[in-house]
Every structure is written in C-alpha cells, then in structure tokens.
Design a protein around this ligand. Structure first.
Ligand code: BGC
Length: 708
C-alpha cells in the first residue's frame, strides 16, 4: 500500500464512504462521555464508520474488523482508539505522579509497556499523551498531564510519543499517539471543566503550545482538538491554530480529530446555528475525524450543497486518515495487533514508577520510622482502598492488581502489629467510625493516616471549587492528630490538595497521588526507609484556593513583595508563598549544593554555556537528588518571567560523596519571544540559578551577560 494506492482508493470512494472514514464511533465498550448513539453492525457494513473508540479485547475488535474488511464494499480496515493514559492492563502512576520522577526514560518505558499491552488488546491508537499545561488544581485533569512547566511538558511529550509509537508504527507492539487536548484546556475559566480559556498569544506560545510542538517534532501521528475555546474561538473550529499553527507552521500532516462530540458542541459554543454549520466549521479548520457526534456523516452533504464545505477538504482529510492506517500497517494486515500475543504484566516497571513518584512533603525526622515501632495504626478511608489506587482513566485494568497501603505495610512489616480503622468514608457525612479510629491510634506507636480523594474525583469532569479533603476526612484527621500519637499523613489525590493543617500538624506528609499497581508496596517501602522518596513536585502546591492559578514562572509584579511596605503585591490574609514550591520533595539523605560556576561571564548567539555546581551528600544514606537549573532575564523588551526552568539533572550520591553536576545551556535557550512571537536573543544580563526547588530564596545564582 502506498500513496498511489491511496489516490486510487480515493477515486473509487463515494461521498458516504469518505465521510465514513472521517467518522469515529463508540460501539459498546467504555463510556467516556454522554451517550449519543453507537455504531451499528449495519453502519459498519455500509462503510459509514472509519474507526471505533474505547473498544478493546480480541473478541470485540476482531469481530468489528472482520466486518469492515470482509463485508464492506471497499474492505477498508477500521482502526481502534483507546484511552491509555497511564497503563492499559498494568496500571502505572497517574501522569502527574509519574511526572514527579523527572525521568524521561521512565516516562518512555511506561508508555512502551502500555502500548504493547494495549496493542495486543486490539488498540491501534491511543488518545494520549495529554499535554495540557496545568496551573489550576481546581481542574481535575491536572491528574492526566505533566504539570505546570512547558519544559517538563516538552520532555514528557517526546518521551511518551517515542514510547507509544516506537521506531516503526507498523509494529504490532506500537500504537499511534494522539497529542491532546490542543490547546489551552488547563487554562479553563476558574478551573471549570469544558469552560472557555482566554490568554495572551504570548502565554499561549510560551507556555501552552511548546509541548505540542515537540510532540509533532517527535513524529506524533495524531492530534486531538480541545473542547474549550481560546480567546473566543472554539478549538474544534480554530483555523489559526489548527491550520495556521499545526499544519502550516509546524508542517503537521498527521490526523487531527475532534474530542468526544465536540463538533456538534460548536452549537453550544454559539458559533454554529445547526449541525450543518458545525460540521462545516470543523472541516474548514482542518479536523479530519469526527469523534462521536456523527455530524460529518449526516450533515456534510448538506454543507456541500449549501456551499459552506469544500470537497477538497474532505479528500484531504480522507487521505490523511488512509495514510495513518497505512502507517499502522492495517492495509497489510488488519489483524496485526488484534492477533498479537499479550506481553506479561509489567509489574516490576509499575513498582519502579511508583517508587519514583512518592513525594515526601514534610518530615520532622519521624520518617523513616524507627525499628522500635511495633504497633502501627493505619487509619483513613484510603488505607485499604485497592480500587482507588488505580486513579482516574483506567479503562481496561483490573484494580485487584493494586496492593492497598494496608496490604503493602503488612507485607513489608510482618513483625509489626498493624491495626486498621477507616474512620470515615471518602465522601459523605457519617462520622460514626471516628471514635474507633481514635482508640486504635491511642494504643499505637505510630499512626499512618491515609486520606484524600477518590480516584474519580480527578480526571475528566472532576473540577473542584474546594480541593481539600472531601467529606468528613478533616474531622477524622483532627481527631487522629488529637490522639497525641505521632501521625504520618499519606495523601492521595490527582491534584495538590489544600491541606495546610496537615502540613503543619502531621509529623510527616507524603504525596502518594495515585500510584497504580505498585502503590501499596512503594508507599510501605518509603515509609519504612527501604527506598528513598525520590518524587519532586511538577506543580506548585498552593496553600489556599485564592492563590490559584499559581506557578513559579509568573511575570514580575509592579511592586514585588520584597519589603514590609504595605503597598506591595501580596495578600493581606495569607502568604504569597505556596504551601510547597515546584520541585519540592524531601529525601532521607541531605544534599547541599554550592560552588555554582559558569565557564564564561559573557556569551553571544550560537555559543554554549557550561554551568556546574557541587553537590555533596551530607548524610549517611545514599541520595538521589534532582537539581534544577533556572534562568531569569534581568531586563527584556517584554516583562520576563521571574524564573524559567532550563534543565534538570538527577544525581546519585553515596553517603558523604561530593560530585559535580554539569549543565550545558545553548545561547538560544535564553531567547525570549519578540513582538512577532519569534524567539530572539536580547543583549543584557541574565541570572543563572540552581537549586533543589523553585523556591527563589534557596537558589544559588550567577550573573551572565549576553552580547547578542
Ligand atoms: C476526553 C478525551 C478522551 C475522549 C475519548 C473525551 O471526553 O476529553 O480526553 O480521549 O473522551 O474517551
């Protein structure tokens, strides 16, 4: 099958068959949105469906594929698209947790393993990675992505695309990646799902587009347009961004699909009067595949007769869809994935990923807990909650594969007496169990309090105006803290939760996100000190909802908070500081950075700057530390961000060891966007800053002059 064959096919296709290729439908399987009708056997047989979503498993996919290749007029194969956000059969940590490992190799490996499992279940394409920069924890979809920083997003994008697609998309173990949701969903108004986003072009280009650009440069096969509008233009109909930016500027020639029913929802956005106009707008913007709404099939013929849709756009879309099927090897063997052998579950990898994501937020020295601890009270509704450990967006996985924290602790500490009391439910008002939980705590040497969100409280359609502890968990936590026993709090969530009281009163606070199959074991190993907590926050963790949106790279305020003067940029009722900065995460070892050096004081375009810093492990434990490199442009034509992440490195140090951590910066890494949003290096001074988090007070700094 080659390009000529595609042209030949196109010449033989009827309009209905072309529109069929542009139609993606559900057909049973998982429901990931409002049900709007499903593909029938007759529709598939009539060639009215080109792809199916969220159907997997040999029996189902083989049956549908046979229908398509054996019973349609042209015998065109279907492709199957499935949401594989953090594992298919084997559940890896949710993406925001995996991002905490700051480890692109790991990000790639988990995508590779997930792809092999999903492919052997019939998937040809996944609706992942999710590349929405997210700075608002009210938005539940923060769980699905890499967090707040575009550089992290760029590396995450490249790793995930490589992992899903491998080197050869036709391999039976490779699946096409879909960079989603293009673009701006993370900036939804007030963190409310599906709401409009509004931002400057500068912010769009600095912060939201770069991960998508890198996905495209990495060969990503598909892009999904976002539900939201940006600056008044719904993404499903966004000509400047879909055609202008993706197709023309980046040269993207893969498939663009809508999100679930999003073409029809152009009517709700108020830019289309009816389904015909909606279909025409999406086609004009360059959306090739209509996911779920069925309006391409039913309304584009009318749009053509009204003169608002162009046959050439339809042909171009069908060419791209057939080219994707060709690259996936589906014309050579439509059953290549369906009949592939399933790999063994990737349990070791899931454990490695879970270990890398556990993030120690506070610790007064209680952790790792002493060998003398014999009686442990494990308390809280998330302590023995296997099914919650999978987190949001696991369609195919069996939650039984996850060990709960209670199971993990009992397996890791057979000599300890470990009691359990849930105290309260995750949500709801019943406080009947608190007395029993408190009694258990009073008789214990150590309390492990497991609180937070249920798995389905983050992910899609899970915005929260008050992202704290749901239900009566705060009451439970306060009762447990009042027992006077040392309390270690383990927090489960798909986003930072606003729990300053726990940060203050618990002896240690651990962010366990949703860690998947390795959850129970990884948390137990970290608490017991067998594994060092290596996770570092990929998002700034606010202390109050009123601080949202919050991130480390804001632009300077007119009157920055640098003195006690009342007329500075600050709150009068809380601190400007987040509860925890981006990059924060404690270790059981103690690493000190000093001796920041640059190999030059001046540079110009095309040159490289070598940055070195000494890292010393002051403790008697081995250390794995993440060292971050930031820059700050002192004076630029546009108010520069107060910190920009430029690189990071993970360093391993034996007890007492000192090592040099080296970074290389290209001059162009310090460019800013000019008035035309083109990167340009401006002469002047830069600060180069290095540290263990984005807390500006803790950074080492050196000055560098650009003579561009
Ligand atoms: C979500 C997408 C998802 C799609 C298919 C939509 O509701 O926004 O992220 O890929 O459903 O499940």
């Amino acid at each position: 099958m080659n390009r000529d064959a595609i042209e030949d096919l196109l010449a033989r296709m009827t309009l209905a068959e072309k529109l069929g290729q542009m139609t993606m439908s559900p057909a049973g399987g998982a429901k990931t949105g409002p049900v709007r009708g499903e593909a029938t056997t007759e529709a598939i047989r009539a060639g009215e469906v080109g792809s199916l979503l969220n159907i997997w498993g040999k029996a189902a996919t083989e049956g549908f594929q046979k229908l398509a290749v054996e019973e349609t007029r042209l015998g065109l194969p279907l492709f199957f698209g499935v949401d594989v956000l953090h594992g298919h059969d084997t559940v890896f940590p949710i993406p925001i947790a995996e991002a905490s490992a700051f480890d692109p190799d790991l990000w790639e490996k988990t995508a590779r393993a997930a792809a092999a499992e999903a492919a052997a279940d019939g998937a040809d394409l996944t609706f992942a990675p999710m590349l929405d920069t997210a700075r608002d924890p009210r938005w539940g979809r923060m769980a699905e992505g890499f967090g707040e920083d575009p550089l992290v997003g760029m590396r995450f994008a490249a790793a995930k695309v490589r992992g899903f697609q491998g080197g050869d998309l036709s391999s039976p173990a490779a699946i096409a990646a879909t960079a989603k949701h293009f673009v701006g969903g993370g900036a939804a108004l007030a963190g409310r799902e599906y709401a409009a986003a509004d931002m400057s072009d500068r912010t769009l280009h600095e912060t939201y587009l770069p991960p998508f650009r890198v996905a495209i440069e990495s060969g990503c096969a598909a892009v999904m347009a976002a539900f939201n509008s940006v600056a008044g233009v719904p993404m499903t109909a966004n000509v400047p961004l879909l055609r202008g930016y993706l197709r023309e500027k980046l040269g993207f020639d893969g498939v663009i699909m809508s999100d679930y029913a999003a073409i029809e929802e152009l009517i709700d956005h108020g830019v289309a009067a009816d389904r015909v106009e909606a279909a025409a707008l999406a086609l004009k913007a360059g959306v090739d595949i209509d996911m779920v709404s069925g309006v391409y099939l039913s309304a584009l013929p009318e749009a053509i007769s009204r003169g608002i849709a162009d046959m050439r756009d339809i042909d171009a879309a069908v060419r791209r869809i057939l080219a994707l099927k060709m690259k996936l090897g589906l014309f050579d063997d439509p059953f290549r994935r369906i009949r592939a052998t399933k790999p063994l579950p990737a349990i070791d990898l899931a454990l490695e990923a879970a270990r890398g994501a556990v993030t120690l937020l506070t610790n007064d020295g209680i952790l790792p807990f002493a060998d003398t601890v014999r009686r442990i009270a494990v308390v809280g509704p998330l302590a023995d909650a296997k099914a919650e450990m999978v987190g949001p967006w696991t369609l195919a996985a069996d939650p039984q594969q996850c060990a709960s924290i209670l199971e993990g602790l009992r397996a890791a500490l057979p000599d300890c007496d470990i009691g359990f009391a849930p105290g309260v439910f995750i949500d709801g008002q019943d406080v009947g169990g608190i007395i029993e939980a408190q009694a258990l705590c009073e008789a214990a040497d150590l309390v492990i309090l497991c609180v937070g969100e249920a798995a389905n409280m983050s992910g899609e359609a899970a915005s929260r105006a008050n992202p704290g502890l749901p239900g009566r968990q705060q009451q439970l936590a306060e009762a447990v803290l009042a027992s006077g026993r040392p309390v270690v709090a383990v927090l489960f969530s798909g986003r930072p939760l606003m729990v300053p009281f726990l940060a203050e009163k618990a002896r240690a606070l651990v962010a366990a996100w949703f860690l998947g199959a390795g959850a129970g074991r990884a948390v137990a190993e970290v608490l017991a000190g067998r594994v060092d907590p290596a996770g570092r926050l990929p998002v700034t963790w606010p202390r109050a909802v009123g601080q949202i949106p919050i991130h480390f790279s804001e632009r300077p305020a007119s009157r920055p908070l640098e003195s006690d003067d009342p007329f500075t940029s600050k709150y009068i009722d809380t601190s400007n500081d987040p509860l925890f900065p981006f990059g924060h995460g404690l270790s059981y070892a103690k690493v000190r950075l000093d001796g920041l050096q640059l190999d030059r004081n001046e540079f110009k375009s095309g040159e490289r700057i070598r940055v070195t810093v000494r890292a010393e492990n002051l403790s008697s434990r081995p250390a794995v530390e993440t060292v971050f490199l930031f820059s700050r442009d002192r004076v630029a034509s546009f108010a520069p961000q107060v910190l920009e992440l430029k690189d990071w490195a993970k360093v391993e140090l034996a007890p007492g060891e000192t090592a040099t951590v080296a970074f290389t910066l290209d001059a162009e890494d310090l460019a800013c966007l000019d008035a035309a949003l083109t990167p340009r290096l401006e002469p002047g001074d830069f600060d180069i800053l290095v540290g263990l988090s984005a807390d500006r007070r803790s950074l080492l700094s050196a000055r560098l002059r650009c003579r561009a």
